[in-house]
Design a protein around this ligand. Sequence first.
Ligand code: G4P
Length: 547
Amino acid sequence: MKSTPQDKTNLDPNLVEELTVSLSKEVSKRRNFAIISHPDAGKTTLTEKLLLYGGAIQQAGAVKARGEQRKVTSDWMELEKQRGISITSTVLQFAYKDKTINLLDTPGHQDFSEDTYRTLAAADNAVMLEDAAKGLEPQTRKLFEVCRMRQIPIFTFINKMDRPGQEPLELLDEIESELGLLTFAVNWPIGSGELFRGVVERATKEVVLFSRAERGKQSNEIRLKINDPELKNLVEEELLTKALEEIEILDEAGCDLNQELILSGELTPVFFGSAMTNFGVRPFLDNFLDLSQGPVARNSFDGPIVPTRESFSGFVFKLQANMDPKHRDRVAFVRVCSGRFEKDMTVQHARTGKQIRLSRPQKIFGQDRAVVDDAYPGDVIGLNNPGMFSIGDTLFIGPRVEFEGIPCFSPEIFSWLRNPNPSAFKNFRKGVNELREEGAVQILYDKDQSKRDPILAAVGQLQLEVVQHRLASEYGVETRLEPMGYQVARWVKGGWPALDEVGRIFNCKTVQDAWLRPVLLFKNEWNLNQLKEDHPEMELNSVAPVV
Ligand code: G4P
């Protein structure tokens, strides 16, 4: 009989030892990351190039031919086709050198950044991708804040160096001053745009000359020592001098490449390159593997759970319905946190206490799927979800584990959701509840219980449209949205008693979330600041407390 971690107690101690060693080995092979960027910075392009270097073990229907990507990113939903946007997120796994790398991909459209927030909760590292001409952009700043909360290492790739960009020193300065993150440039660009000639690698003191790799091909790197006389025939002297002078400034005034600061999320290694021409991607990947962290211990309510804990544990970070409309299925994405996951395993569901046999775990999402036989910490598996899993749920074997939940982030648009047809009320309520559980949208309610229509609270307008569309197509309910004109939500620390103590407050609306906790809605930041000034004793959170 195949042994599983449940029955280790009955196993030969030598076999237990062997299983433990093999688990440690698998854990040390794993690397996992998500890319944070603003749309158009080149996330899809960089992902494509990264996959070129790794034998793509699993590819989750995400990266498609460029032209096609724009039109139809995934066809799980009609709305994606109509709007030509990517709503779904996926997981890609590839092997490179001796590592297995999991890239937790996120939706391309910023209105779905809630999804990205949750995916970041499952990532051990983040790659911050910037367009050299644009520098830091709003979506990147927002997602960076989530990384900061989790203190995960951030690796910066400054993209599109083959196009005219901002001064590299200014780009670093922006990261330092605006994000409060120390920087260490691992390589330094020689020129930019038409005059981009390559980079100087600071560790090796070598110049890597810029060349455009053919589409779909790995790049051929030409490297020369910085004092190689041949260099002056290949690179204009003034460009090289400028780059070397700037490196001197960095050597004197900048900080060192300190691994500890990288791992605590205080220092970001910075790489300059051009994803489209496949320049600088491989050195980036090599350095990333050296400097990034493997699967980390996860906080549970009973302390941290290390990945080498013998038995399996994991948590649901994302739910997705109808990825395959033909089957009307729902998939729960589970991040493996400890132990070895095996097909057909019976696990415990921490929230409900139920035992669940996981007979068809999947490793490929989107159009192509395969049943997975095993998975290790840092990997992501997809489980069929007939409504039993919610975001943040823990699954485990052995001694009880319950991971700390995933916070909800502050919505920015609010709208009443009206159901004009009373006979459809049951379906309406079912649909709203299921979409909330799935995390498609946050739901708030008026404090006055008699007003039963829900308030949809979302990060982007499209999120609301998706909910309306799905209520119509999946639950047969036509609804109407009535915008509310609020822009900011804050949870009150201490709940209703804390709010009662403050007494009457002005210029905000008090509503409650699905857990009946008070939420204050403000028309703008100015009104929020006013409240903070009037009541400095109140503690307000932009992130919902974890339940
Ligand atoms: P995203 O997923 O972050 O939204 O960005 P995506 O990779 O789709 O890239 C956005 C645009 O930027 C694409 O151009 C892409 O080719 C271009 N791009 C990405 N990396 C680089 C780079 O290193 N240099 C240059 N010059 N361009 C880059 P597009 O015209 O919108 O699409 P396409 O016609 O190339 O398909």
